[in-house]
Design a binder for this molecule. Structure first.
Ligand SMILES: [Fe+2]
Length: 314
């Protein structure tokens, strides 16, 4: 079994690298380094980068990367059917990777040894005075305007033509565990699955990979963690004032419970801010939920599941 520590970064191609840089800085990342053909963005966490924008003639998803526990996991991965050998990453931050493909043909990199960077201070989480517990005494609430500072990449959501093949692959190859299955009629008829890392007794995000049935294989969105609700709402205001295009938010999902806010980047890809998600461990049981708009969100601007997934008219 290959031991996955966490999702590490995603790579997308963009026709306008300057526009991508402006967008992702307003979105709450910062530039770790840049050359003529790449911008490496970091969050406040210790990963050297979490998002790579690559200059290209067209907008395109390139790959997603998961960090493995140690080099032995790369060695194990390199022996899998269709896997590459262990390759040096010729990028800032160094490290090594083994490249795999999921059943949809997507590039999945398993990485190890990429440099870590200094953790940057984020605004401290706000202390709330609730109706039945007053915890902020004599202190004012002043979170301050600005982008929603991003800590880390949290998950990726994928539309897949063959849900079963992908579900089996992510379970068997990466060891992921199903947290929730969205079904129609019976447990055997799943339309979407939310998968988490297997971190034993340690708590991990409700999902690191989400899969849903779609007419074409595609990446629906990549999602990045921010501090709290005020960061979400102030970040939403900041993005609107800067003229970027909203997709959906702010609201709270049902499965995973995250507070979400979705935006279109300048190349038309969807990216998400999330906070306050549920945590599971390897003993948490799998939920089965009947599909429908209520399986998508608890509150937020009105949205249908078809519109959200880009399946309207299908
Ligand atoms: Fe998401």
């Amino acid at each position: 079994m290959i031991r996955i520590k966490d999702i590490h970064h995603v790579v997308y191609r963009h026709p306008d690298l300057d526009a991508a840089e402006a967008f992702f800085c307003d979105f709450g990342m910062s530039v770790q380094c840049r050359d003529n053909s790449h911008v490496y963005f970091r969050g406040a966490g210790q990963n050297y980068y979490i998002y790579i924008a690559e200059k290209s003639d067209r907008s395109e998803f390139v790959s997603m990367a998961f960090e493995v526990e140690d080099r032995q996991d790369l060695e194990r991965a390199s022996r899998l059917d269709g896997a590459s050998s262990i390759q040096r990453l010729e990028r800032p931050g160094g490290g090594e990777r083994v490249t795999l493909q999921d059943p949809s043909g997507r590039q999945i990199d398993l990485v190890h040894g990429i440099a870590s960077t200094d953790k940057r201070p984020m605004r401290a989480a706000l202390v709330h005075n609730t109706a039945d517990a007053k915890q902020r005494l004599g202190e004012l609430q002043r979170p301050g305007k600005g982008p929603a500072e991003i800590l880390r990449l949290g998950h990726i959501a994928l539309g897949v033509k063959d849900l079963k093949a992908n579900l089996d692959w992510y379970k068997e190859t990466l060891g992921l565990l199903p947290s929730d299955m969205v079904v129609e009629g019976s447990k055997d008829n799943a339309h979407a699955v939310f998968l988490r890392l297997n971190r034993g007794q340690s708590w991990t995000d409700h999902h690191t990979v989400a899969l849903f049935t779609a007419p074409e294989d595609h990446v629906h969105h990549a999602s990045f963690e921010v501090q709290d609700v005020d960061a979400q709402i102030l970040g939403n205001t900041w993005m609107k004032e800067r003229g970027w295009s909203p997709f959906w938010g702010v609201g709270r999902h049902l499965l995973g419970s995250q507070i979400f806010d979705y935006w279109y980047d300048p190349s038309g890809n969807i990216v998400e801010h999330f906070t306050d998600g549920d945590l599971y461990n390897s003993e948490s049981s799998t939920g089965f939920v009947e599909g429908g708009d209520d399986s998508l969100y608890q509150w937020g601007p009105e949205m249908s599941i078809e519109k959200f997934l880009g399946l309207s008219g299908q």
